[in-house]
Ligand binder design. Structure first.
Ligand code: DHB
Ligand code: FE
Length: 289
């Protein structure tokens, strides 16, 4: 049977990808940020998964106002890095896992979550920046990501967005789906986006360190309590783009032992850094016991 062994949480700021692509990671502004991911890159080598389910949001790249799926699972064989205005990032294409993805779609839809099935989409910084942060620089032609990736897109751009509770419950459904897949696979699930940031309007530049760190504490210790926070609190406290954080609850819901202090996952790594561009960067690695 396939199993979810661990979950990874990280921000996806596009300027982080640009810093890597342009060779700026050792500049004073970026060095402390990348230092926080040194542990994670070694951890990825030591804990190489067979498949990553990567929960992310598309930023009006593959989807736009013509079509707004709340939850969309990529069942395709491969995905190209998107051109977001500066040309596609020089990173390898992403190979999918159509068999596991189709199985998850079947199981999760039968568990009453409506997923949009996507066979063709380009993936933007929401997906490629977390891969770059966790896996380091890869040659676009000769390099490759460590394993197949199932892109799982969530609408947090155009209201109405899904609640934290719905995301948490969806994570539980994904865990059930993975555990009913016949093949022995070591699966990681990643929740990406956040933490506090607002890119627009009178409050542009908003950062809320206290709220972010409370979010990290609760994500580890009391995710079912965290799931009850309404979307308006994310927007008030973490800024208009801070709502990206609801995606972390999908990954957390997919971990086993979600409730009960004796059953909490192991915190392999925790990191928080302000600023990267306009955003507070948060990062966690949680391992199932
Ligand atoms: C920034 C952060 C994001 O999450 C994003 O999607 C785009 C830009 C930023 O801080 O610049
Ligand atoms: Fe974003």
């Amino acid at each position: 049977m396939a199993r979810i062994t661990s979950s990874v949480y990280t921000s996806h700021v596009p300027a982080i990808g640009a810093a890597m692509d342009l060779g700026k990671t050792q500049e004073p502004y970026w060095q402390p940020l990348f230092q926080g991911y040194e542990f994670s890159r070694q951890w990825m080598k030591d804990n190489k998964p067979d498949v990553i389910i990567l929960v992310f949001n598309d930023h009006a790249t593959a989807f736009d106002l013509d079509c707004i799926p709340t939850f969309a699972i990529g069942t395709g064989a491969e995905y190209q890095p998107a051109d977001e205005g500066w040309g596609p990032r020089p990173v390898p294409k992403v190979y999918g896992h159509p068999e596991l993805a189709s199985h998850i779609a079947q199981s999760v839809i039968q568990q009453d979550f409506d997923l949009t099935i996507v066979n063709k989409m380009d993936v933007d910084h929401g997906l490629t920046v977390p891969l770059s942060l966790m896996c380091g620089e890869q040659d676009p032609q000769t390099g490759s990501w460590p394993c197949p990736v199932i892109p799982f897109a969530v609408n947090v751009v155009q209201y109405p967005v899904p609640s934290g509770q719905r995301c948490f419950n969806l994570g539980r459904a994904i865990r059930k789906a993975v555990e009913s897949f016949d093949e022995d696979l070591n699966v990681q699930i990643w929740g990406t986006g956040g933490m506090s940031h607002q890119l627009q309007g009178a409050r542009a530049g908003l950062i809320n360190k206290e709220w972010d760190n409370r979010f990290l504490d609760l994500l580890i210790e009391n995710p079912s309590g965290l799931a009850q926070i309404p979307h308006i609190e994310y927007v008030r406290e973490a800024g208009s783009e801070g709502i990206e954080l609801v995606m972390w609850l999908i990954a957390r819901g997919a971990m086993s032992d979600v409730d009960g202090p004796a059953l909490l996952p192991k915190v392999a790594h925790r990191f928080y850094h302000v600023p990267a561009s306009n955003t507070a960067v948060g990062h966690l690695i949680l391992e199932n016991r």
